[in-house]
Design a protein around this ligand. Structure first.
Ligand code: ZN
Length: 544
């Protein structure tokens, strides 16, 4: 009753009527427009690509364009002349749409060939659009081939298929082929934004991205999901509404999982597994989703930008922060374990336990990050003055989750007692901590790194940053010039920034105390002891 009689589903209402309106297939529409402009129209086109990306829609536009009485720019169909209107309403006898799945016999094609002999009644071309052409029987293909070999000048075939490899080579070789692309989540979300704004539907970006992701490359599916969600929600539509309606896990669950991993909180991981299972989510989908989540995090870690993530700005920002909590090596390792779990799930009799096992493995992963960080911390302990009077040597963290990754709180003592060799002095006018806190948005990505690593050493012309993590070094390197510019602004003179990977770190360590404090007070250095036992003292010395 809420639906008025003239209610038209979004996919239909927003079906592109001109080449310029087709979304995400510019490589196809540009070529077709050029062909139309130059009058070089092929007699058979093969449109390949996944479902719901505009193959049939484009075929119909071509059919109208070649027959239009008054095409705009000589190319775009006017959609108003008699020919255009007949084709739009399905009354045209010159444009025939055939569903290859249900009209696939040799008789069907023979009938088609009979009709195709006669020239068009009104327009210039007789157009046959055959959808799902790969469904034709082989005898039907043979019958079709005869027409394709000697096509009458007035005949235009447009074949559409999701499975081009099933179309015989003899047919393919007589067609001009166009490959339609699967649409990106972002393209779909942006188009849905246009629709929502035009139709005054209050819906947030997170919701649109959730719909787009679920549609998996198909604009048509996205539009019908949009209708579905619209009918389901009463007020402004949020991402949570969409996920409830489509019964998909939210990003918040994945961020909660990686948070538990970073904090090594196994209890929390089990709790999340129970939530996923308890709410009836598909475990396979959950693991695939986690894999994608890790992949997104890795792309930010590796590239220093969120460009490769198809999500709302807010979610991208969350990824930028999350990426700083893991090393590249960690993330690759975590993805490997997760992909492996996904593969093995089909053989599992108790998928829930597999999910728990996966999360437990990830939580307990002895990460490269931790080792690197511990080594950096140990180095730092060594470079500190031997006996700071009011601050006893901080024991290395005894619980691994302390050592983990939420860097800010732990770096505070490091910046309070920086190890500065007496020969280089940081410029008096620069409070490094305040400088890091005040970085502009373009440098936000390196803020956690700068907060984490020891403060830089300065000479007149140079600021040297030393860090032990290769990923950190790479990210810093990418932002080096921006950092130089910003630093120059703060210092009132230009300074070149040097990034040193800790193997050759610029802060020279003081001579190791003799005897080693670890040997003297082993109970104060549980982790250093563990490292020595695990890697051997020599190995640790070599890290320097
Ligand atoms: Zn027209």
């Amino acid at each position: 009753m809420a639906v008025p009689s003239e209610y038209v589903v979004t996919a239909r209402k927003w079906r592109p009527q001109r080449f310029g309106e087709v979304v995400g297939q510019d490589h196809v529409t540009t070529t077709l427009r050029n062909a139309l402009a130059s009058g070089r129209i092929h007699h058979a086109y093969l449109f390949c690509g996944p479902r719901g990306v505009g193959k049939t829609t484009t075929a119909r536009i071509v059919a109208r364009a070649v027959n239009c009485a008054a095409p705009g720019d000589g190319i775009e169909p006017c959609n108003e002349c008699d020919s255009c209107r007949d084709i739009i309403s399905g009354r045209s006898i010159d444009v025939v749409e055939i569903d290859g799945a249900s009209n696939n016999s040799v008789e069907d094609i023979r009938r088609l060939r009979e009709n195709a002999k006669y020239p068009p009644t009104f327009g210039r071309y007789k157009v046959y659009i055959i959808d799902e052409v790969h469904m034709l029987s082989s005898s039907a293909f043979n019958a079709l081939l005869k027409t394709l070999e000697e096509p009458p000048a007035h005949l235009l075939f447009i074949f559409a298929t999701t499975e081009p490899h099933k179309v015989p080579a003899t047919i393919q070789s007589r067609c001009q082929r166009f490959d339609f692309h699967r649409m990106s989540t972002r393209t779909i979300a942006e188009h849905l934004r246009t629709i929502a704004d035009t139709e005054h539907v209050a819906i947030d970006d997170d919701a649109l991205f959730a719909i787009a992701r679920f549609a998996d490359g198909s604009m048509r599916d996205a539009q019908s999901l949009f209708d579905q969600v619209r009918a389901f929600a009463s007020g402004p539509i949020t991402g949570a509404d969409v996920r409830r309606s489509l019964h998909v896990l939210g990003d918040d669950v994945y961020f909660a999982i990686t948070d538990a991993i970073a904090k090594r909180n196994l209890a929390r991981a089990f709790e999340l597994a129970r939530t996923i299972v308890g709410q009836g989510f598909d475990i396979h989908q959950a693991i695939v989703g986690l894999l994608e989540h890790l992949r997104n995090t890795l792309t930010v870690r590796a590239t220093g930008s969120t460009e490769l993530i198809e999500a709302s700005d807010e979610t991208c920002q969350q990824y930028a922060e999350l990426a700083q909590r893991f090393t590249q090596e960690d993330l690759v390792h975590m993805m490997t374990i997760t992909a492996h779990a996904e593969q093995n799930l089909r053989f599992a009799s108790q998928p829930q336990i597999r999910l728990e096992l996966l999360l437990a493995q990830l939580v307990q992963l002895p990460t490269a990050y931790d080792i690197g960080r511990l080594i950096a911390e140990l180095e730092h302990l060594r470079t500190q003055p031997p006996e700071p009077p009011q601050a006893p040597i901080a024991p290395a963290p005894s619980r691994r989750d302390d050592a983990a990754i939420s860097a800010q709180p732990r770096t505070a003592p490091e910046t309070e007692a920086p190890a500065q060799p007496s020969s280089v002095v940081p410029p008096a006018q620069l409070d490094w901590q305040a400088f890091v806190t005040s970085l502009p948005p373009t440098l936000k990505i390196i803020q956690p790194i700068l907060a984490r690593i020891p403060p830089p050493t300065f000479t007149e012309q140079q600021c040297t940053l030393a860090c032990s993590d290769a990923g950190d070094a790479k990210t810093l390197e990418e932002k080096r010039q921006t950092l130089e510019t910003h630093l120059a602004k703060k210092l009132g003179r230009s300074v070149s920034v040097e990034i040193v990977h800790s193997a050759s770190a610029a802060v020279p360590p003081p001579a190791p105390p003799d005897p080693s404090p670890v040997d003297a007070n082993p109970e104060l250095f549980p982790i250093e002891r563990a490292l020595i036992e695990k890697f051997g003292a020599q190995r640790i010395a070599g890290v320097r």
